[in-house]
Design a protein around this ligand. Structure first.
Ligand code: AGP
Length: 603
């Protein structure tokens, strides 16, 4: 996830900004940059690669300037390149901007600005901001220009702007993406999280959604969304640096689980517009959709499990046959691939060797290819014919969580777009899809029960996960999450399959997680639950809210999905948290489980 840091009123802004960037490195990034503002105007340095590279050539920047902004970029719009790195400037290099999040309507704005003669040098959505600021007179009055600019932007974002003509002044805008102001004695700081300025001050003011702030060495003025001057409370941060890097959480995995509402909203932002899926914002041409007669998904691990959810959704909604293969199997099984098959590679990292080899095989056979990935500029993104990004932000814990659920969301959007192309549009579902981030937020806020339930699992050696249909796909992900971080042996089964052998392992006290989000299959799953309970199993049910009462004491989590087909991403949350808390209570090394790597670039 991109990181922002700014300072105003410093004796020498450059080392403060470099240190702030280093503190933000944990968030993951692919390029970095700094803009300093002083009496001579703006000075800028930015490049693809590490902050250490910027530091190594700091001699190129002036010293002893009071003010500046800096950024670590994690590519979303445009590949990781020098040109796409932040800060971005206006046509005359008088205004510089660093930005997190997404400006959803940047294409229209860019077209409009170019028509008025503005020159763009990057592929980013960000670059529209300095050009708009320029148009609104930002070089001399940054605050008024920021107000006018903000009124033109759609999306979820935060940005800082400086002008070479106002060297003691930073304007900060928060619209969904977080921004925090650090109050120092002689200087003030602004950053996307506390970590960036903890070495300088521990007094912090958290901007609220819709706030705009004008920060000088001695003053911090904040206006709310309605334009009224407001006082925001100041707090003292007592975290140590390592804690702060994880947002105060004990593990990146927990942080990433709790980031899902924001990740989902970034993922859906440009893709769901009213009752229609914007396929172009998913990297696809609408005209191509009707031509695909089959879909072949290739992926590994968690991404494979997302593919299984995708299969269920595409087949149900669009009635297109879908095969899902584990990539390491697909590449060696000489698959039968018919013409008009779309081969879809799903990969968080975009670098998984088997997934790349499967993609190469599909290309050799002359088939259309599409990648769903979280990593802009990754090999899968470059090699596939088209790419849709999940925009989950960097995932640092080895166990995939927010990348998985955003893969599900993108696959849901794809299923809805394919359905539309086959005259089976489900506009009701498109509109409901947009409600999922808020539902996830509500659910996570009241998820304390999962930690309590995990206490009863800490001494277990084996577990089972069962479900039918789409819930079986979720069961597979649930069991993988549990075993990779807690080291409890867990297996997933289609609920109806247990009695064909595995029921022999169900004895007194064996935990069985039953997933039942689909009302049409509920009675069947409940019969299977009765079978395991009769053998003494302890059941942890993740079920549809409408049927909550029928689960009684077995209920682990209720899923209030706006439609059963939109339940998978929500139902993944309790499964992730159950694995997390079980591993945490067992004292395991959650973010770096034994024998596992985040990105598997070898066979
Ligand atoms: C899941 O928690 C694992 N990290 C693993 O299964 C992962 O999903 C798999 O290695 C595929 O990685 P990718 O999505 O980067 O291709």
């Amino acid at each position: 996830m991109c990181g922002i840091v700014g300072v105003v009123g410093a004796e020498d802004a450059l080392p403060i900004l470099l240190q702030g960037l280093q503190r933000l490195e944990y968030r993951g990034y692919d390029s970095a940059g700094i803009a300093l503002s002083g009496p001579e105007g703006l000075a800028l340095s930015k490049a693809k690669g590490k902050v250490s590279m910027l530091a190594a050539r700091q001699d190129l920047l002036p010293r002893a300037l009071p003010c500046g902004i800096a950024h670590t970029r994690w590519a979303t719009h445009g590949a990781p390149t020098d040109e796409n790195a932040h800060p971005h400037t206006d046509c005359h290099g008088q205004i510089a901007v660093v930005h997190n999040g997404i400006v959803e309507n940047y294409r229209e704005l860019k077209g409009e600005l170019m028509a008025r003669g503005h020159r763009f040098v990057s592929d980013t959505d960000t670059e529209v901001i300095p050009h708009l600021l320029e148009d609104y007179g930002g070089a001399t009055d940054l605050l008024t220009a920021a107000r006018n600019t903000e009124a033109r932007l759609q999306g979820a974002y935060a940005f800082l702007a400086v002008s070479g003509q106002q060297p003691d002044y930073v304007v900060a805008v928060r619209r969904a993406s977080p921004l925090i102001i650090g109050r120092g004695d002689a200087a003030n700081y602004i950053a996307s999280d506390f970590t960036a300025f903890l070495d300088a001050t521990r007094r912090a003011i958290v901007l609220e959604n819709g706030d705009m702030a004008a920060v000088t060495p001695k003053t911090i003025r904040i206006w709310n969304e309605q334009g009224a001057l407001v006082d925001r409370p100041e707090m003292t941060v007592d975290w140590d640096i390592r804690q702060a890097e994880r947002g105060g959480y004990p593990h990146f995995m927990l942080k990433e689980i709790l980031e899902q509402p924001e990740a989902w909203s970034d993922c859906l932002l440009e893709r769901v517009q009213g009752e229609r899926i914007q396929v172009e914002a998913m990297g696809l041409a609408r005209a191509a959709l009707a031509g695909w007669e089959r879909i072949q998904i290739v992926a590994a691990g968690t991404a494979y499990h997302a593919g299984l959810v995708g299969k269920a959704l595409i087949e149900t909604l669009a009635r297109i046959p879908v095969d899902v293969d584990v990539a390491s199997e697909f590449r060696y099984r000489d698959p039968i691939l018919l013409p008009n098959t779309l081969v879809l590679a799903v990969s968080q990292s975009g670098e998984t060797a088997d997934t790349l080899a499967s993609l190469a095989l599909a290309k050799q056979r002359g088939l259309a290819t599409y990648a769903i990935t979280n990593t802009v500029g990754s090999t899968v993104a470059r090699e596939a014919g088209a790419v849709g990004y999940t925009y989950a932000g960097p995932e640092i814990a080895v166990a995939s969580t927010k990348a998985y659920t955003t893969q599900i969301l993108l696959l849901t959007a794809l299923a809805l777009a394919l359905a539309d192309a086959r005259h089976r549009a489900r506009t009701d579902l498109v509109a409901k899809l947009a409600s999922l981030p808020a539902l996830a937020e509500q659910w996570l806020a009241a998820s304390e029960g999962i930690r309590l339930a995990a206490q009863s699992l800490t001494d277990q050696e084996q577990m089972f996960y069962i479900g039918r249909g789409i819930d079986y796909a979720l069961a597979m992900e649930g069991q993988l999450k549990m075993k990779e971080i807690s080291y409890i042996h867990a297996e997933a089964y289609p609920a109806g399959e247990l009695k064909h052998g595995t029921l022999a392992l169900i004895t007194e006290g064996v935990p069985v997680v039953a997933i039942a989000t689909q009302p049409r299959l509920m009675a069947k799953v409940q019969s299977n639950v009765a079978e395991v309970k009769a053998r003494g199993a302890r059941v942890y049910a993740v079920g549809a809210a409408a049927l909550q009462e029928s689960w009684g004491d077995d209920s682990l989590a209720t899923i209030a999905a706006p439609d059963p087909l939109l339940a998978p991403a929500l139902a993944a949350l309790p499964l992730q948290l159950l694995a997390y808390w079980t591993a945490s209570l067992r004292g395991e090394d959650i973010d770096k489980p034994r024998n596992l790597a985040k990105s598997v670039t070898v066979e």
